[in-house]
Ligand binder design. Structure first.
Ligand SMILES: Nc1nc2c(ncn2[C@@H]2O[C@H](COP(=O)(O)OP(=O)(O)OP(=O)(O)O)[C@@H](O)[C@H]2O)c(=O)[nH]1
Ligand SMILES: [Mg+2]
Length: 312
């Protein structure tokens, strides 16, 4: 086993990031990895897939380690539709397959019944670090004291850390606390690898992110994205090459199509243009993107149909 200068053995393991919808899990994954791998928005249940993000702390670091974080869909207790059932299942599976759980909750809303329900469904043998996120929103940090006390009394958490995923506060500390709890072992991924997800998958996600950010309150939940064509070519102007991508946004009803297209096609133009820019940034490549909108009634109605659209 490789030893570091500080004589700490190299550690490696899987860290699940779980929590209620919208508490900042994906923002946290991105902050820990240093790249916007997992899409985020102010709407609940933006994340629909497990997203792996790798943070490698090399030999010579205080705790050399490879932390394999897995972002998960928000665990919710309100809706029982097929898609929500699938998302909850993914969330619990991610926790079950990990060495350690980071449970994220919102410092502003405190500990809720829904947080407790999720906690009750995590294997009692798994260590859990509670990340009390959005600490930046509290005008006065002392307001967190009663909450910290209450969480301590639950006697379930190995650590409780106030953080701000958005502002990058205390994320290094959180990573250190996680690394210390991982089993000794060699790295699974290369030192520069950030995710196991393909660019093709990430491209679909970046389009979905625009839908969550640009469309109204209800419509994003009625949409999904499929990549129809994806190819890579060398580019004389870009070291990272050129990607040609064609994608389809599926909506649930005919009446939703003109809303996504927007007046004179302005809506879809903006979605495609912003998604393309995000792809060029993430892939470090030139991207040509075409996006179509089609109607597929009932795509989210059954678990079987969801599978066909890439949901586990
Ligand atoms: N003020 C503040 N806002 C945050 C922080 N972390 C996340 N947010 C915001 O909270 C919203 C939800 O963030 P996400 O990272 O998408 O939350 P999530 O838990 O992944 O949500 P789901 O995937 O829907 O379950 C976004 O608008 C974020 O910008 C934080 O530390 N402080
Ligand atoms: Mg998310």
């Amino acid at each position: 086993m490789t030893q570091s200068a500080t004589d700490q053995p190299f550690r490696c393991g899987h860290v699940a990031i779980v929590g209620r919808p919208n508490v900042g899990k994906s923002t946290l994954l991105n902050g820990l990895v240093g790249q916007a791998l997992s899409i985020t928005s102010s709407k609940a249940q933006t994340t629909r897939h497990r997203i792996l993000g790798i943070r490698t702390q090399p030999e010579g670091a205080p705790q050399p380690a490879q932390l394999i974080f897995i972002d998960s869909p928000g665990y919710q207790t309100k809706s029982h539709q097929a898609l929500n059932r699938v998302l909850n299942k993914t969330s619990l599976q991610v926790a079950a397959e990990s060495d350690l759980v980071v449970m994220v909750c919102d410092a502003g809303s405190g500990w809720t019944a829904a947080d407790q329900q999720l906690l009750d469904r995590i294997d009692p043998k798994l260590p859990i670090i509670l990340a009390l996120n959005k600490a930046d929103k509290l005008a006065d940090a002392s307001r967190m004291m009663p909450l910290l006390q209450k969480l301590g009394q639950l006697q379930r958490f190995d650590e409780i850390v106030p953080i701000s995923a958005l502002k990058g506060k205390q994320l290094d500390l959180l990573a250190e606390l996680c690394a210390a709890r991982l089993p000794p072992g060699e790295a699974i991924y290369g030192p520069d690898e950030l995710t196991d997800r393909s660019e093709r998958f990430l491209a679909a996600e970046l389009i979905r992110e625009r839908l969550f950010r640009l469309l109204g309150d209800e419509l994003p939940y009625e949409t999904t994205v499929v990549i129809d064509q994806y190819s890579e070519e060398p580019s004389p102007s870009h070291a990272g090459g050129f990607r040609r991508i064609a994608a389809t946004i599926f909506v649930n009803r005919e009446s939703q199509r003109p809303i996504v297209l927007g007046k004179g096609g302005e809506g879809i133009k903006r979605i495609a243009s912003e998604a393309r820019q995000a792809m060029e940034h993430l892939f470090d490549a030139k991207v040509f993107l075409e996006v179509f909108v089609k109607v597929k009634t009932g795509w989210a109605d059954t678990e079987q149909s969801l599978k066909a659209y890439g949901y586990e």
